[in-house]
Design a protein around this ligand. Structure first.
Ligand code: 5RP
Length: 232
């Protein structure tokens, strides 16, 4: 199977995973990206079995609506049982780097509300040490240079993602040359600590480390089928 087929397999697996838990009034949290799109397309087959969705980007909201799935404002939704989203990298503790599609802030907000966060990813995304994929940091535009200087002090090499404006009006710095893992051993930085430190820089909206609120379940697309990994 190629990478697209693996993404489709995990998208379908995620829809099947949550299906037994869906009720008429259920609202599903939906992420952003090509793997999340596979989930949206799979979920559409069951659209009569739940109420609607909350989306982490305008792009996902549009795709959901095209399938006839109602999209709600998160402010009117007190709780979500599930949030399903992809990742750019995920480690064995189910900590993630996200934001390749520049939707990290809304992704983090929807994940914060969800009882269970399910990551859908093909096997290329599972790593021991994160950071090969540059860490996205969303910033207030006027703070971009200041934040970049502070990120250099934390050991990274930030690069401005030219021409990208997020759904929130933010800009993105992609931070290269970080080494991040769960424990902070072997010369790497600990994910939870780095996530907190970057978020404390004035002008940062949020960063793409999902370690303080990691995934609970990983549905991993492999050549041997979809594997289910749990944080516990
Ligand atoms: C968007 C994201 C995506 O989940 C991440 O970039 C993975 O995308 P894809 O499924 O297309 O590989 O964080 O901001």
């Amino acid at each position: 199977m190629n990478q697209d087929q693996l993404k489709q397999a995990v998208g379908e697996a995620a829809a099947e995973y949550i299906l037994p838990h869906l009720e008429d009034d259920s609202i599903v949290g939906v992420g952003t990206g090509s793997t999340a799109n596979c989930f949206i397309d799979a979920l559409a087959a069951y659209k009569t079995q739940f109420d609607g969705a909350v989306a982490s980007s305008e792009a996902s909201a549009e795709r959901l609506k095209q399938h006839g799935i109602p999209v709600y404002d998160l402010n009117g939704v007190p709780a979500l049982d599930f949030y399903i989203d992809g990742a750019d990298e995920i480690n064995h503790q189910l900590e993630m780097i996200k934001g390749g599609g520049a939707a990290l802030t809304r992704e983090k907000i929807v994940a914060a509300v969800a009882k269970t966060v399910i990551c859908v990813a093909d096997e290329t995304k599972l790593v021991d040490t994160m950071g090969t994929f540059p860490l996205p940091v969303e910033v207030i535009p006027m703070a971009r240079s200041h934040v970049a200087r502070e990120l250099v002090k934390l050991g990274g090499d930030p690069v401005y993602r030219q021409g990208v404006v997020t759904d929130n009006g933010g800009h993105i710095l992609d931070v290269h040359n970080l080494r991040i893992n769960g424990s902070g051993l072997n010369g790497a930085q600990a994910a939870t600590e780095l996530e907190s430190r970057i978020n404390q820089i004035t002008g940062v909206i949020t960063n793409g480390l999902f370690a303080l609120r990691s995934a609970d379940i990983l549905l991993l697309g492999t050549q041997d089928g979809v594997q289910t990994l749990s944080r516990d």
